[in-house]
Design a protein around this ligand. Sequence first.
Ligand code: CO
Length: 201
Amino acid sequence: MWVSDKLSIDPEYFSKLSMGQHPELLYIGCSDSRVTAEDLMGMKPGEVFIHRNVANIVIPTDSNMNAVVQFAVEKLKIKYIIICGHYECGGVKAALNPSDMGQLNSWLQTLRDVYRLHSDELDQIKEEQKRFDRLVELNVLEQCLNIIKIDHVQRAWYKTGFPQVYGWVFNVRNGELIDLKLDMEKEFEKIRKIYDLKPTT
Ligand code: CO
């Protein structure tokens, strides 16, 4: 059905796909079944390289993530990396409510660290829903920073000015895709003295 649908629109569809991929975009998003990358961006197969995990987290020792990012940056030479979080994210919610989650504990620790880093701001938000939403946004910011802390990302960045990193939030309550308009140069400037890996030669 899906095959015949595609072929009815373009008989060359699969032979074109088999020629290779040249996406300009790496999308890193949550595994949540409601947040489907191509759908929400209106993109077709071949247009976006994708990595998804619980709560769209970038952990430097995650070899799956590292392989995806390195391949995207060095081989595909993608120009843009988008970290996309979403409101009502179960992973973020769990991080706000400490309890023993078994296997998930170590994964959620990264999110709890984001909460701790921003607890001054978050604890001032009285309304629970708004605090939850804000942690979703701050998690996106921190994961964008985690991307530019990665050595091969910085190498490419210093050499070509790419990839550029963007932070988005998908609002599952109304379908809106929100660009957090993070100025990554400015954000990186704040932590450059700690994380700058620019070669000195
Ligand atoms: Co989620």
